[in-house]
Design a protein around this ligand. Structure first.
Ligand code: URA
Length: 239
């Protein structure tokens, strides 16, 4: 048995305070009867909750935030390499999750794993420009002219790229932050290589406005909160 306000807040966009308001307004029914109190207990597997006459369906998809370590490939199966799926507990492995997007084997940081194909398509689609933020260390400083080219949108192997945002975070350690709105194969490494520079370390820190939870050690993961999922979904831009 779980509390009604907790069940609704964890599966919808309503906060627990808003659920209380909905109950007060008589907008919530349990098995057809008006709910009197938001802290009422119920069995979500068996009982039917309706909000404003609409049945509450339970989330059927899973979304995990993984802090990817180096040395794992972003795939579900691989003949010879270890995959990010191997980092999950058996119960999660059985869910049929896959990485929504790829990080190179040596890239670390925020990788999303899901079984929601529509969501994965949406955040990866070049049409939606979901911003992804990376921190990288370079072999040498980026010149003003190179920075300008990257920000204006450079041509890479004959393809016109969208502009990126590049910020020098720490000059002594050659640490940069770069924001991409498209994700081509090895894009950052290739952009740097084009001007004879080299990416030494690369770590993704944010997807669609949600930052990697710093309390997750490399190899650890947790489900996205409803709020985080909403933020990522809302970050899609149609252009
Ligand atoms: N760009 C790269 O070069 N590698 C990654 O893993 C991600 C972006």
């Amino acid at each position: 048995m779980e509390r009604l306000d907790k069940i609704i807040a964890s599966r919808t966009e309503y906060s627990r305070r808003e659920v209380k308001e909905l109950v007060k307004r008589g907008a919530v029914r349990l098995d057809g009867s008006l709910v009197q109190s938001a802290d009422q207990k119920l069995d979500p597997e068996r009982q039917i909750v309706e909000i404003n006459g609409k049945r509450l369906f339970y989330e059927t998809f899973s979304y995990l935030m993984l802090n990817k370590p180096a040395g794992f490939v972003s795939a579900t199966k691989d003949g010879k390499e270890r995959t990010v799926l191997e980092l999950l507990d058996p119960a999660w492995q059985r869910r049929g999750l896959f990485p929504a997007g790829r990080l190179d084997k040596d890239t670390t940081g925020f990788l999303l794993l899901t079984d929601d194909g529509g969501f994965a398509h949406d955040i990866l689609s070049p049409k939606h420009h979901v911003p992804k933020i990376y921190r990288l260390t370079a072999e040498r400083l980026v010149s003003t002219q190179e920075q300008h080219q990257m920000e204006e949108g450079m041509v890479l192997d004959g393809q016109q790229l969208m502009g990126v945002t590049l910020r020098l975070l720490d000059e002594k350690n050659l640490l940069y932050e770069i924001t991409l709105r498209q994700g081509l194969y090895h894009q950052i490494k290739r952009m740097f290589a084009q001007s004879g520079n080299r990416v030494v370390t690369l770590r993704r820190v944010a997807i669609g406005g949600v930052f990697l939870d710093e309390s997750l050690a490399e190899g650890q993961y947790r489900p996205l909160t409803a709020e985080e999922l909403k933020t990522i979904k809302n970050s899609r831009e149609e252009r």
